[in-house]
Ligand binder design. Structure first.
Ligand code: SAH
Ligand code: SF4
Ligand code: F3S
Length: 458
């Protein structure tokens, strides 16, 4: 076996897991190939958060099965569907060679090797659901040449939101020790990464030796780090000291992804979200006082069981009142083993067509707000962390503002630079402008030299 291909579904946890999967396979001597057709091992990293995940997985597997037949490639299925549905995968896709859960990534080489050598199907979905879990450390070399990087700070979720599958696929919360997080951030900074996003299902309940606010402030102080972001947070963990961190630490980027889920207390309580709309708004007001201009994005579920037209209108009103920068909204999807999935019939399923037309309306309202917010930047100069050439307009450069707004611009600032860009045009999703005179390329920190005498014993 020489080459592997990975198809990743789902959230940033899965994106980061796919990097760890690639590194584990690299240690076996495999290299990445961008097409399944040229791969000897095809890995599917699955997501089961909503909407027919099993069907999506099976349809992708159907395509990859042809490659298996044509060139004898092996197929491995990981991620959240693998964790939850291993029996069904084994039954419905008998050509899959390896099934592995999110916490079995470190064991993937061994599972692949055993499947190959012994011509058996190998399965590992038992997670180490304890504080003993060891987070795989990222290989900094894989991040060389990149401006942004993801760092896992915790895994799992201890909340019990009635719609959500994550506690069942990722297990209980385990925080990564603060020293490990800081070491990984320093590794990334030394290969040129300027913006670090701390990731976890519920990062602000972090308990890896300090509070999340303290972790953020420490990461922001790492030499070479220009911006710190994080995702995702639960409103009930938006503590006063996290608000304070936004007030005092400019390197914490002014963007907060704070899922509200809906604008109705009755439904929030059925969702088991343990905050009211008023409490959410109070936290948000504190955040906006601490960092005026902060961009707030959210998640909303449309058509939760029992949602009436009037209740949906309240969510639309709330969207307008808060003026979210953007939102990631989806129709409710009943998930296995969740309370809302089990009680959907009793609580009053919302017909699919109604859900979809409500979602369309909400997206329309949000699109107008986003466009309005972006238009306010026209004529101003914004700080852009340059990531490289623009993907869709290769003659332009691409980067993001501190608020995470996408900017394509005319200029020559290199990747990793902070450039000031005069905004001339706003579309409904991005800004366009021209680079000004102010451009800085902050130095990349170098590794501390080994203390004298240690060189030989290392
Ligand atoms: N930890 C984050 C959310 C992680 S899941 C939080 O607590 O807010 C990402 C988003 O997927 C959720 O915010 C929710 O809006 C959506 N989602 C989760 N389960 C869903 C379901 N069953 N149907 C529709 N959307 C769902
Ligand atoms: Fe799911 Fe987020 Fe709720 Fe956890 S806090 S159960 S990840 S929605
Ligand atoms: Fe999906 Fe699992 Fe992430 S269900 S959203 S890949 S935690």
């Amino acid at each position: 076996m020489k080459r592997y291909f990975i198809h990743t579904f789902g959230c940033q946890m899965n994106a980061s897991d796919s990097s760890r999967i690639g590194e584990a396979l690299g240690r076996m001597g495999l290299s990445f190939t961008p097409t399944a057709e040229s791969a000897d091992l095809i890995v599917l990293n699955t997501c089961s958060i909503r909407e027919k995940p099993e069907e999506k997985m099976l349809s992708a597997l159907g395509r990859y099965r042809a490659v298996k037949v044509a060139r004898g490639a092996m197929i491995a299925v990981g991620g959240c569907v693998a964790q939850q549905e291993k029996e069904r995968i084994l039954k419905k896709a008998p050509y899959v060679d390896v099934v592995f859960g999110p916490d079995a990534i470190g064991r993937l080489p061994e599972l692949v090797e055993r499947a190959r050598r012994d011509h058996v199907r190998t399965v590992e979905t038992a997670w180490v659901d304890s504080d003993e879990y060891v987070f795989p450390r990222a290989d900094p070399e894989a991040a060389r040449g990149k401006v942004t990087g993801l760092v896992t700070v915790m895994k799992g979720c201890d909340n019990v939101c009635s719609f959500c599958v994550v506690p069942h696929t990722r297990g209980r919360e385990v925080s990564r020790p603060v020293g490990e997080v800081l070491a990984e951030v320093a590794d990334l900074a030394r290969v040129g990464v300027r913006e670090v996003t701390l990731i976890g299902q519920n990062v602000n309940s972090y308990r890896g030796g300090c509070t999340f606010a303290s972790l953020l402030r420490q990461v922001a102080r790492e030499p070479g780090v220009e911006r710190v972001r994080f995702t995702t947070s639960h409103p009930h963990d938006l503590s006063d000291d996290l608000v304070e961190a936004f007030r005092v630490e400019p390197k914490i980027a002014p963007h907060f992804q704070l899922p509200i889920q809906c604008g109705v207390d009755r439904l929030l309580s059925k969702m088991r979200r343990d905050y009211t709309v008023a409490e959410y708004l109070e936290r948000l007001a504190a955040l906006r006082r601490a960092r005026p201009g902060i961009a707030v994005t959210t998640d909303i579920i449309v058509g939760f069981p029992g949602e009436t037209d009037e209740e949906f209108d309240q969510t639309v009103d709330l969207t307008r009142r808060v003026r979210f920068e953007n939102q990631y909204s989806f129709v409710f999807s009943p998930r296995p083993k969740t309370a809302a999935g089990a009680h959907e019939a009793e609580w009053g399923p919302v017909p699919h067509a109604v859900k979809v037309s409500r979602l369309d309306r909400l997206i329309e309202v949000q699109r107008a707000i986003t466009a309005e917010i972006l238009r306010e930047s026209v004529g101003t100069e914004v700080e852009v962390l340059v990531e490289g050439p623009s993907r869709f307009e290769p003659t332009r450069r691409f980067g993001r503002t501190p608020e995470n707004r996408v900017v394509n611009f005319d200029g020559d600032a290199p990747a990793g630079a902070l450039a000031w860009v005069k905004i001339e045009h706003a579309s409904s999703s991005a800004l366009r402008g021209v680079q000004g005179e102010r451009v800085s390329l902050p130095p990349i920190p170098v590794a501390d030299p080994l203390p004298e005498g240690d060189a030989c014993s290392a």
